[in-house]
Design a protein around this ligand. Structure first.
Ligand SMILES: [Zn+2]
Length: 83
């Protein structure tokens, strides 16, 4: 059974590992979730220091959930004030 956080898309990814193909100018990156074993892969050009995927998309997803929770809390507070 998959972890509830993994079902929400909040995987516990390990540090990214990369494979270097010496004949090409890209790196193949790979991250694995420590809880459910979900693997994501992506490629990015050599010479770029920061990992633009999937770290940033993951953070964006977490942000969406936080905003949703805050909106629900505000809605509950407003309902109690109106009644
Ligand atoms: Zn996971």
């Amino acid at each position: 059974m998959r972890h509830i956080l993994c079902l929400l898309g909040l995987h516990n990814y390990s540090k990214p590992h990369y494979t270097d193909h010496f004949s090409s100018n890209v790196l193949d990156y790979r991250q694995k979730c420590g809880r459910c074993g979900h693997i994501i892969t992506w490629t990015q050009p050599k010479g770029i220091d920061y990992k633009y995927y999937p770290v940033y998309w993951g953070k964006r997803k977490v942000g969406v959930y936080i905003v949703l929770v805050i909106l629900v809390l505000i809605a509950v507070v407003l309902l109690f004030k109106l009644s």
